[in-house]
Design a protein around this ligand. Sequence first.
Ligand code: HEC
Ligand code: HEC
Length: 311
Amino acid sequence: MSEQHLQSQTVQTTGHAWDGDLQEFNNPLPTWWVYTFYITIVFAVLYWFIYPSWPFGKGFLSGIPVPGISRIVYQNDKGETVESHWNTRALLQADLNQAAEMQKPYFSKVAQSSFSEIARNPELSGFVQSAGKVLFNDNCAACHQQGGQGVVGFFPNLVDDDWLYGGTFDRIHETLINGRRGYMPAFAEVLNAREIDSLANYVASLSGIAHDANKAASGKVLFASESAACYYCHGENAQGRKETGAPNLTDRIWLWANVPAAEKAEDKVSAIRNVIAGGLNKGVMPAWGERMTPEEIKVLTVYVHQLGGGE
Ligand code: HEC
Ligand code: HEC
């Protein structure tokens, strides 16, 4: 053993030596460290008893519900007050209860106010913006998309100021409560191909799509005739009738006829022809009257009205 190592003998070692001269000091642990270690042990034991911990039989040790620490009181779906040991599901429910409790005064103000009062009142319209957005994302966005912009060919855009059934508070409210189902008969059964082609050219002419002027002229006559009776639903000037949900055909906004996707004018005309020949029966807007509270529907009505150009 070298001189140097003999000097270090003044410090206590464990007495073992490796590789001839490698020794291990035997210093005591720092006091702060030792006490922290004891505290963690005590903490762990308390934690086991208070919070759910070990698997036990078919279940687990659920812990002792200590008020303010590990006991959760919440209301279940039936409105009963339930007390439970700590668990994340109960915690979430308690949070939701709390949020609902905070929203209650707003919902009751909504119930007492008219649509335009809600829209004018800054506090209530702020509430509509936040609660309406959540309701919309949960129930409507699957079809109408997050921002309400819809999907061409499937779900109408709610952000623009083009309305099938009307964008007044009352019409939107009616749409939400009862749902809507647009229906247009298939004209291939009552008109011949030439007539349908004329009508398609007329409809194309209404929104500035290149068309055959002669065909459009006879289409115009047919549009207002009793045999095609387009006017009956779409109105004499083809600007739509909100009672039937028949859209304005002059506004260059297309929901069903796949006009925007077609590049050439003749394909646009043919997209219109397909709709006239085949009719429409696929636009189903579900009814929400039974699925939401009247206040929620009211909030959504104002929310949708504010989304785009409410009338
Ligand atoms: C299953 C898909 C679907 C869901 C979910 C849905 N909608 Fe609709 N909605 C439609 C369709 C399709 C139409 C068009 C109906 C038609 O053309 O007759 C429509 C039409 C509407 C209209 C009428 C638009 C107009 O131009 O007049 C409004 C307003 C509306 N929806 C709002 C909502 C709101 C608010 C919700 C959520 C509570 C919702 N929708 C949920 C499919 C849906
Ligand atoms: C019974 C009422 C009714 C009649 C009659 C009718 N339509 Fe329609 N039409 C509708 C409705 C409703 C829609 C929208 C369907 C929906 O929203 O679900 C529609 C949609 C359309 C569309 C698609 C518009 C778009 O935005 O994509 C075109 C084009 C059209 N109609 C043309 C005609 C022509 C041309 C005639 C006459 C041959 C006609 N319709 C007769 C009710 C009618």
